[in-house]
Every structure is written in C-alpha cells, then in structure tokens.
Write a protein that binds this ligand. Structure first.
Ligand code: GDP
Ligand code: MG
Length: 163
C-alpha cells in the first residue's frame, strides 16, 4: 500500500486546497466557510517522484473557535491511525493561534512524524507566521502556498525521509 500522509489543522488554513494540489483533482471541497469538509477524503497524491495517499480531514471543524473537544480530537486520532506522516497545516498570514498551539501539544503525544506546513506563504505576508511556527517545537516549518503551487520541492524534501 502507499504511505499515508494525513493533513490536519484548524479550519480554513487551506487543508483541502493542499489536498487538491497534491492529488491534482477537485476531490475536496474548498470554501471560504470553515467546516466544508465533512468527512475524511482520500486521494492518490504525487509530489515529484513521491507517491502517497493523502487524507483530507475536518477533525477540528464545526467547533467553537479555539476549543478542542474530545469528540473532534478522537476523530482526528482515528485519521492518524496508520498514518506515516501528519502534515500539520498553519496559516502563515494569520500566524500561530491558541488552537494551533493546542493541536501541536496534542500532536507531540501521538507518536507520528510531523511536518509543519506554513501555508498561505506567498509574497511577504507570511514571514511572521513562519517564524512563529518554529516555536511549535515540531521542526522546521515548510513555507508553502497551495493556491500558487509554491513550496512543492521543500515539501518533497521534508517528506522524503519519512515515507
Ligand atoms: P480548510 O478549511 O483547511 O480545508 O481550508 P480550505 O482549503 O477550504 O481553504 C480556506 C481558504 O483559504 C479558501 O478561501 C482558500 O482559497 C484559501 N487558501 C488556501 N490556500 C491558500 C494559499 O496558499 N494562499 C492564500 N492566500 N489562500 C489560500
Ligand atoms: Mg477543508
């Protein structure tokens, strides 16, 4: 079976856009409103010569901002079962939020390798957020722009030793 890369993060950081970029098909619904991805979505992804199964999640959606209820955590925990890598997405423009920090603390306990993807990093607006993402303690964040297709080579380099 293909290695599995599970895309997680709070609502609206661009998880579904990243999934679509990696899978290359409009399989995941993207919307300005949080909470659009109701279920997990699976797609065969390729990134340069890496092939893996990408999983788009919505584990933290449909919730109060900055809360991390057990139900949502449990759903994401299920998604992480059997995952080779968790791709933890933050919004570089918004910077690191309290919910991002809570997800990061939770991820530290999961025993799954994590790549922090600093999405929405096109142009200069994401610089501060990328720096903040270092402080999550999950390794060097990969600057990325799902919308513009930037950062693909750096993501490849980050994933290569893990899958
Ligand atoms: P999700 O809730 O995490 O799945 O986020 P979505 O993929 O639905 O995207 C939320 C919003 O962020 C949409 O308006 C996207 O167009 C936008 N978005 C996604 N990626 C980028 C990016 O790289 N740059 C910018 N500026 N916006 C993005
Ligand atoms: Mg989504």
């Amino acid at each position: 079976p293909l290695p599995q890369v599970v895309i997680i993060g709070r609502p609206n950081v661009g998880k579904s856009t990243i999934f679509n970029r990696l899978v290359g098909k409009r399989l995941a619904l993207v919307d300005d409103q949080p909470g659009v991805t109701r279920d997990r979505r699976f797609g065969d992804a390729s990134l340069l010569d890496l092939e893996f199964q990408a999983v788009d999640t919505a584990g933290w959606e449909d919730e109060e901002p900055d809360s991390l209820p057990g139900r949502m955590r449990a759903q994401t925990e299920v998604s992480l079962k059997g995952a080779d890598v968790a791709l933890f997405v933050i919004d570089s423009r918004a910077g690191v939020t309290p919910l991002d920090e809570e997800i990061a603390r939770w991820l530290h306990q999961q025993g799954v390798p994590v790549v922090v993807l600093a999405n929405k990093a096109e142009g200069m607006a994401g610089q501060g957020g990328i720096m903040e993402a270092y402080a999550l303690g999950l390794g060097e964040p990969v600057p990325f722009s799902a919308e513009h297709g930037e950062g693909m080579t750096d993501l490849f380099t980050a994933l290569l030793p893990l899958i």
